[in-house]
Each structure stands twice: as C-alpha cells, then as structure tokens.
Design a protein. Sequence first.
Length: 324
Amino acid sequence: MRPSFIHSPVNGLFEDPVVYVQFLYEKRAILFDAGDIDNLTPRQINKLTDVFITHTHIDHFIGFDKLLRVLLRRPEPVNIYGPEGITKAVKGKLSGYTWNLVEEYPLVIFVKELVGGDLKTTKFPAEQRFSEVPVDMKQIDNNILLQEPLFNVSFARVNHGIPVLAFAIKEPFHINIDKERLKAKGLPVGPWLSHFKTMIREGRDNESIEVDGRTYSFSELMDIVRLTEGQKVSYVVDMAPTEENISAVIELVEGSHTLYIEAYFLKEDADRALQRNHLTADIAGYIARRAKVKEVRPLHLSPKYRDCPERVISEVMLSFRAED
Ligand SMILES: [Zn+2]
Ligand SMILES: [Zn+2]
C-alpha cells in the first residue's frame, strides 16, 4: 500500500533545516521548522495546515514572516505548534507590523504551545488585527500533539540550553483487505468494509458487525485483514549530546522509515558540541542505529565543515552501520 505522504528537506546541508511533508490524497502539507523557506513556492506554502517549530532560534523561525505573507488571504487557518514561549514569539512577530487594513482578511493563526503536559491554544485572527485571543488548554495524551485519522504527530522534549521539541509523524497502520479470503468467506464488497476498518483503527474488538443480514464477531472477520506498518518520519535538530536527550529521542524515533537529524559537529569537535548544545555526527548515527531506523538523513551541518561535508556524512553513516 502506498504511504499517504512524501517528505523532503527544503534546503541544503548548511542552510536552515526545514522538512516539508506533502500529503498525496489531499491538498495539504505540514512543515517541520520554519527557518529560511524561500525555496518553497507560494503554492507549496498555501498547502500548509500545520507547522511544527522545534524552538525559535532564528535559523528555525525566520521563515514565519514569509509564511504569514503568503497565507494572509487564505480562508483556512494555520496551526503553529511549538515549545513554551511560542505564543509570545508569534505575538512578537505579529506586533512588528501595522495591521489596520487586514480586517477583511480571513486568516486565523492558531498557536499551540506546550505547557507542561498541556497544549495551550491561542488564536490571532486577521479580522481582529491579529490581537491575541485565548482559546483553551487541553491535556496531552501519549505525547501526541495532533491526532488525525490518517496520521499523528508526536513529540519529545530535549534540552539545547533551552527547551526544544523533536517530532515524529506516523501513519497508524495500513489496513488491507484480502480479496481472496473475502470471496472464500462469501462476503460481499461494500460500505461495511470501511466501517469495519474504522472499528479496527479504533480497537473496537468487542463489537460485532452486520453483513448481509448476518452478524459477525470482530475476530471472525479478522482473517480477511492484512495489517501493514504505516510510514514514520522523524525530525530531530538542536539538542545537547546528553544521555537524557539521547534516550528521549531514541524512544520518539524508534522504527522510523526516515530520520532527519542534525549532524552539527564532527566527533573530533565533541567539546564544542557540548558547549554549543548540539549533536555530533557520530551521536546522530548512534541514535539512528539504536532506534533501528531504516534510513538516516543528516542535516544542519556547522558551516565549519563547508569544505568537507562528506566527512560529516560518512561519520554519521559509519556510526549508523556499526555493529553493537
Ligand atoms: Zn538552536
Ligand atoms: Zn539550529
């Protein structure tokens, strides 16, 4: 079964880390970080519904202005997720402009800030000149920031001298119906199948289902189902190389198909990495290996290695492929 989204980095290895995730069956995309996004077309930006910000250092947030400018006349709202302080950061950005002529614009910016175990939502509607309107505060379950039928986005908290978020997007699993088995059981194709799929997704295994006037138990029907693993993509940047960070991130990115991860310094500059609260290429590869990811894609390299990016990449790969 085809995955429901594709993903790619927006910039080169030495530019701001940004990953664009595009859904295949709807006009929709999400973004991990909003540093320099000049490489995105307005058309790509217009598809963005949710933007996940790791932290508001300038190389991860300067693209907010471009985002705002492109989305200004869009009727669909945009959600900005981020660590503690993100509401203040968005408010600060918005207050840097004069908004007396935007009351007819439909855009509403929802900011979703992680505060302890809660998600605090605040909105900034253009029709109110982007003034701050508190919406609600909701408890977060299982570190899931956004739960949708086709995917969810979860987070881990890491430390980079300041709190930073790491993210993972995951499809729950694909439910495929084995047509041969369906036929063998004398069952028809029909709307009941999508109802049954919903029951599987929601784990309602004690319920029964009626097909053509006959009642089946959940387990009776499970042998027509083939479950395949959904796609998982993770995004990890800017964190100190501490035990605590490393284990939090391994847990988050476990089993990812693709892990985007910063490889800021070489191992030989490990003391610099510690000082600057960044990972080394070696540790990035170690995280990928321990989390059993299928593919690791390094990004966010220090400009120091502009002449030798291959050294950084091969350090990641060597560590990723090492034997335990
Ligand atoms: Zn940073
Ligand atoms: Zn950075």
